[in-house]
Design a binder for this molecule. Structure first.
Ligand SMILES: C[S@@+](CC[C@H](N)C(=O)[O-])C[C@H]1O[C@@H](n2cnc3c(N)ncnc32)[C@H](O)[C@@H]1O
Length: 320
């Protein structure tokens, strides 16, 4: 959404088109501000600086302050609940951080991903909704294989999102995850512990995965990766990405494809016959990724769209 969408958001949320019928977060605010007015004020502040999802962010921050879910928040909004001074102050602090474009997930400390709630903070890439579709492809492939103990590895796991989602949705799978950044790995280890240690976390560069895997080399049924794929000289448009996602999670060399080349070749060395590789990439990179995979010996490379019809994932099979 762009600033030009502000009017439709006002309409969706029942806000006036001109001016602000709510409150601003100032020191002299009265103590009996309603939750509804505080949320409206946050929406106005977010609209003013072009936050892409002002309404959702305002609601999630209010729910976070109150320690409740979206359903209960909706009930409290219509029943005219008020906020205490302390709650208002905390909400004002969160709103100011979001206005400065700190990611919502860093402020709340968590990120919903498939059926998981991952703990997230500085040093880890914030999982994206489009990656949930990559997980769906992996889950579908693993279930369709009918194997008793399918083996899946996630290269560049970040917070552990893909690996943990697959391991929790396919409990009979064995899942490994590789990550080279110690900061990201700490979040992955924390999230893995939170969900019962269902993933084997390997520390190191994904280009050396066969050394990390030892005896498991050549046995992987699925290799999945959402690697860094932005060209080094490109500037991410969103400040949340530019300022808060780690560079190692974003940039993939001069053409953005260096890590994808490493994934294609290391995956070919660790995959089992008939296994699948599934890679997320930029919307214009499909043809290049298919060529990289074909050059590395993969067959039937195919690119798949996300929910907005942009080409974002390429899969291929190993039939050597
Ligand atoms: C785009 S992020 C994706 C994180 C996570 N898979 C997700 O989808 O939310 C890419 C991840 O790959 C890691 N990474 C980048 N290059 C790597 C390499 N050569 N070896 C291992 N991990 C790498 C980064 O640290 C980062 O955590």
């Amino acid at each position: 959404m762009t600033r030009g969408d502000a009017k439709s958001v006002r309409k969706d949320y029942g806000l006036p088109d001109h001016g602000c019928a709510s409150v601003t977060f100032e020191d002299n605010m009265p103590n009996d501000i309603t939750l509804d007015a505080a949320v409206r004020s946050a929406v106005e502040e977010f609209l003013a600086v072009g936050i892409p999802s002002p309404q959702v962010d305002a609601l999630l921050l209010a729910a976070h302050v109150l320690g409740i879910g979206r359903g209960e928040l909706a009930a409290r909004l219509v029943s005219g609940d008020t906020l205490t001074r302390e709650q208002l102050d905390r909400l004002a602090g969160y709103v100011a951080r979001r206005v400065a474009r700190e990611p919502l997930q860093h402020i709340t400390g968590e990120s919903g991903f498939r059926q998981l709630v991952l703990d997230i903070g500085p040093g880890a890439f914030v999982p994206r909704p489009e990656t949930e579709l990559l997980v769906q492809m992996v889950v579908d492939a693993v279930l369709a294989s009918g194997q008793a103990s399918p083996r899946v590895i996630d290269l560049g796991t970040g917070s552990g999102a893909i690996a943990l989602a697959v391991a929790s949705e396919v409990p009979h799978a064995n899942v490994w995850a590789v990550e080279k950044s110690p900061e990201a790995r700490a979040w992955a280890a924390h999230n893995n512990e939170k969900y019962g240690g269902i993933v084997t976390l390997l520390a190191g560069d994904l280009a050396t995965t066969e050394l990390l895997l030892g005896d498991e080399v050549g046995t992987m049924d699925v290799v999945v990766s959402n690697p860094p794929y932005i060209p080094d000289d490109a500037q991410p448009r969103d400040p949340e990405v530019r300022l808060y996602d780690p560079a190692v999670a974003l940039f993939g060399g001069a053409d953005g494809l260096d890590v994808i080349r490493q994934v294609a070749s290391v995956a070919a060395r660790i995959i089992a016959p008939g296994g699948l590789v599934a890679i997320e990439h930029g919307e214009l990179q499909g043809p290049a990724v298919r060529k990289i995979l074909a050059d590395a010996g993969w067959r039937n490379a195919a690119t798949h769209p996300d929910l907005t019809t942009r080409d974002r994932y390429t899969t291929a099979v190993w039939s050597a």
